[in-house]
Ligand binder design. Structure first.
Ligand code: AMP
Length: 453
């Protein structure tokens, strides 16, 4: 690993980093300038998080940083504050580029930059797929201070947008680098690295240190300092993790039972495919739950719309594929349900990382059917503990089956109708909300949180 010695010296052990947290209690102590300290204060950031304590001082000293931090750790602030501070010292257009794997993450990062940098007039532009390239070219022509981009679309602009280049760039951030590389953005990242100055600062953030990330680190970082705030596959302490072992054919009934048992909470439910996400959302809506889907087959606008409704608490249940399992800034998830068990055990960590954030407590419940035992054992092995079973009254679940079967039937019909409608309109958008609204009546669903029936 390049820069191994320096990393070793700077990384510190858990105990050392605790000591640092004790000593440094404010953003000011970390070297953050007054105007940015005020911005943190306005956001309600009273004290820096662990990754901020570790990364900000070294970044302010001008070092490259590798940040190994779990979701919700405050890593965006850890790279945004040093960049904004450098921008204040030497104002310049096209100053920083943040690469991130998904569109949702890009918007969230941009929001944080704008919130922290509002008093200093920072301008950001988000460059992601699924959005009109023309308006993006115009935004780039205005030369924002910070560009937040997914690699594919940025390369598009670097190759095709006249007058746009990143030859004066001072900072490169690769956020969720492991995921960028897993999504096969390697070629795009290489292309980007070739057209930005070598003389720049680079921050690489990743939840896990994979071989690909190590390779990227060697290629892109100079003499970096490693800031790790948690061991590799640890799940947070305040997270209560459960499993339920159930026959596959009763999954829907068990889901409804749990949603009723834990009514009043906000839920994130993970499904393995777009189709199942959509189907389950329809099913739950038919039973009177305020459920909303988020998956890759929805248009960008609909995805953001779903997320915003959930964030604003207009919906209490978000159903998502793994597209949404990492990095999304959803502060109020009380319960994560792995309705379909993740095929890659590491996704388990990312999924359950949606709850129990920022010191709050949370629950996760993983559905294990007769087909999932091996995958579940792998998860237990990865997190290094045996999970308890979630307590349930089987008879109560069985009392739900008839009603659930009826809702399943209607959901299947709706899915079919939506498919036909889509084909006839040749429209790739997703119509879930409108479509469901009508059919809610069919199932006699009530929009109450408590006991859907
Ligand atoms: P991130 O890990 O960057 O996605 O941040 C997760 C959440 O933590 C975001 O909602 C941030 O606004 C919030 N956050 C970041 N830093 C702090 C802090 N020092 N104190 C409180 N909240 C924070």
């Amino acid at each position: 690993m390049a820069g191994g010695e320096e990393e070793g010296a700077a990384a510190g052990t858990e105990t050392e980093s605790e000591a640092v947290v004790e000593e440094l209690r404010s953003f000011k102590d970390l070297g953050v300038t007054d105007v940015l300290c005020e911005a943190c204060d306005q956001l309600g950031w009273k004290v820096p998080t662990k990754i901020q304590v570790e990364a900000i001082p070294v970044a302010l000293q001008g070092r490259d940083v590798i940040g190994l931090a779990e979701t919700g750790s405050g890593k965006t602030g850890a790279f945004a504050l040093p960049i904004l501070q450098a921008l204040l010292e030497t104002p310049q257009r096209l100053f920083a580029l943040v690469l991130t794997p998904t569109r949702e993450l890009a918007f969230q990062i941009s929001e944080q930059f704008e919130a922290l940098g509002s008093s200093i007039g920072v301008q950001t532009t988000v460059i992601v797929g699924g959005i009109d390239t023309m308006s993006q070219s115009l935004a780039l022509a205005k030369k924002p201070h910070v560009i937040i981009a997914t690699p594919g679309r940025l390369v598009d602009h670097l190759e095709n947008t006249k007058g746009f280049n990143l030859r004066a760039l001072k900072f490169l951030v690769m956020d969720e680098a492991d995921r960028i590389l897993n999504m096969d953005f390697e070629t795009e990242v290489d292309k980007i690295l070739k057209v930005i100055p070598r003389d720049r600062k680079t921050f690489l953030f990743s939840a896990t240190m994979t071989k690909k990330v190590q390779k990227l680190q060697r290629a892109a970082l100079k003499n970096p300092v490693k800031c790790a705030v948690s061991s590799k596959y640890q799940t947070v302490e305040k997270l209560q993790q459960y499993y339920i072992f159930i026959p596959s054919k009763f999954k829907d009934s068990y889901l409804v039972y749990i949603l009723n048992e834990l009514a009043g909470n906000s839920f994130m439910i993970f499904c393995s495919t777009c189709n199942n996400t959509q189907r389950t959302a329809l099913l739950l809506r038919n039973l009177g739950f305020t459920a909303i889907p988020l998956h890759g087959q929805m248009s960008q606008n609909k995805r953001l719309g779903s997320l915003n409704k959930f964030k604003a608490k207009a919906r209490s249940i978000l159903l998502a594929t793994d597209v949404a399992s990492r990095g999304l800034d959803i502060p109020h998830v009380d319960v994560v349900i792995n309705f379909d068990i993740p095929t890659h055990s590491k996704d388990y960590i990312h999924r359950v990382g949606r709850t129990a954030r920022a010191g709050r407590s949370g629950k996760s419940i993983t559905f294990v059917t007769q087909y999932d035992v091996e995958l579940f054992q792998r998860i237990e092995h990865l997190i290094g503990k045996k999970l308890p079973a979630f307590p349930m009254q089987e008879e109560e679940v069985m009392m739900l089956t008839e009603r659930v079967a009826e809702a399943q039937r209607i959901a299947r019909m709706e899915l079919r109708e939506q498919g036909e409608k889509k084909r006839s309109r040749n429209d790739n958008d997703d119509d879930t909300e409108e479509a469901i609204g009508v059919r809610n009546k069919v199932a006699g669903g009530k929009k109450k949180k408590r006991k859907a029936f």
